[in-house]
Design a binder for this molecule. Structure first.
Ligand SMILES: Cc1cc2nc3c(=O)[nH]c(=O)nc-3n(C[C@H](O)[C@H](O)[C@H](O)COP(=O)(O)O)c2cc1C
Length: 376
């Protein structure tokens, strides 16, 4: 009888992923985060009315959502129909989306990015070359959305130009606040501009932004500093992926890079640090990997979000073992608007359809993934 009661009590306990977490000023009611997901449905870089439904479908009371990568300036884009936040029109277009998430009690961060050399002349103002830390082009010839592509040689920016780009990130953060977001996530992963400075197989500079770890991390930390000063560190998160090779961004000593960044970030007391698992070294496929996020988790003093290849069981385990405070889910959340509910009830998930990840239809593969039908 006692055993039965214990078992019943255990069953009634919320799963670890569904326990609350205090993230600085934000009280989260659970630990299942919407990972930032580029969906290429923001025509001409302007968020659209259909995004209201998409994000509000995934909002829960006290749940954290991270919006898709959002351009900080007119040189920041490298993919069709990705949103921006540098014009008044874009800021206005974000407002109803943020409002809809807030109506459901969600906490909404905007991921701000610059793609750097992962771009073509067609996405650049006046058909100019994309900018980067280097003048070496990308060698891959298939874009993330499976479109064949030839990346041109980027223009290596001069050290004197860096403050302008730092300022673009700062202004984007101010604009995000104006749009109503609760904070911003600085996109410093996946081989985009900031990562092009961080990683030593790309960054071949000889000025104060290249060479030593301190120099390679300078650009990222100047952005962190400027954004924190503008909107408050407790509204700033950052996404890093020292171990992964996405967009050809490899570092020869990823652990040292990760530790340097984490230790430098500690003094800011950010809202969170979001890290991609080393096992996602090649694009989205899980692989066996000798590295672990644990040393970085242990060195970081604030809320730590882990991402990449998690399911319900692994997420619960990571929280129980204190390997992360929060887990962000990409593909599962994309395909399951009610993911927290499904994890709570431990029911099957919708399968994601990769062929519609990046298509521009406002409904198909976007807002038409079914919710669980709960018998009343
Ligand atoms: C369609 C799609 C779009 C993505 N867009 C972004 C993005 O805009 N910013 C970003 O940091 N990561 C992006 N990612 C990576 C995800 O945030 C996440 O790290 C990745 O999907 C691994 O997590 P998962 O195994 O839970 O899907 C994207 C992934 C997918 C599948």
């Amino acid at each position: 009888m006692a055993d039965e009661m214990n078992q019943k009590q255990e069953e009634e306990q919320p799963i670890p992923l569904l326990t609350p977490h205090q993230m600085g000023r934000f009280q989260l009611s659970h630990r299942i985060v919407l990972a930032p997901l580029t969906r290429m449905r923001s025509y001409e870089n302007v968020p659209q009315p259909h995004d209201v439904l998409y994000y509000s479908q995934r909002a829960t009371n006290g749940g954290l959502l991270i919006a898709e990568a959002t351009g900080v300036s007119d040189t920041a884009q490298g993919f069709p129909h990705t949103p921006g936040i540098w014009t008044k029109e874009q800021v206005e277009a974000w407002k109803p989306i943020v409002h809809a998430v807030h109506l459901k009690g969600g906490i909404f961060f905007c991921q701000i990015w610059h793609v750097g050399r992962v771009s073509n002349y067609e996405f650049q103002p006046n058909g100019q070359a994309p900018i980067s830390s280097t003048d070496k082009p990308m060698t891959q010839n298939i874009r993330e959305d499976d479109v064949p592509v030839e990346y041109p040689a980027p223009r290596r920016i001069k050290a004197e130009e860096v403050p302008q780009i730092v300022n673009d990130f700062k202004q984007a953060a101010i604009n995000a606040m104006e749009a109503g977001f609760d904070g911003v996530e600085i996109h410093a992963s996946d081989g985009f501009l900031i990562d092009q400075f961080l990683k030593d197989t790309i960054n071949d500079r000889t000025d104060k932004y290249g060479g030593s770890l301190e120099n390679r991390c300078r650009f990222a930390l100047q952005i962190v500093d400027a954004v924190c000063n503008a909107i408050g560190a407790d509204r700033v998160g950052i996404r890093l992926a020292p171990f992964t090779d996405y967009n050809e961004a490899v570092d020869s000593n990823p652990l040292a890079l990760g530790l340097y960044m984490v230790e430098a970030l500690n003094k800011y007391k950010l809202a969170y640090c979001h890290m991609i698992e080393p096992r996602l070294a090649s694009v989205f496929e899980k692989s066996k990997c000798a590295h672990s996020l644990l040393p970085l988790r242990n060195a970081y003093e604030g809320t730590f979000i882990a991402a990449g290849g998690y399911d319900r069981e692994e997420g619960n385990k990571a929280v129980t073992q204190n390997r992360a405070d929060l887990i962000s889910y990409g593909r599962f959340f994309l395909a399951n608007p009610d993911l927290p509910k499904r994890f709570e009830l431990n029911v099957p998930l919708n399968k994601y359809d990769r062929s519609t990840f990046y298509t521009s239809d406002p409904v198909v593969g976007y807002t038409d993934y079914p919710f669980l039908e709960i018998a009343s």
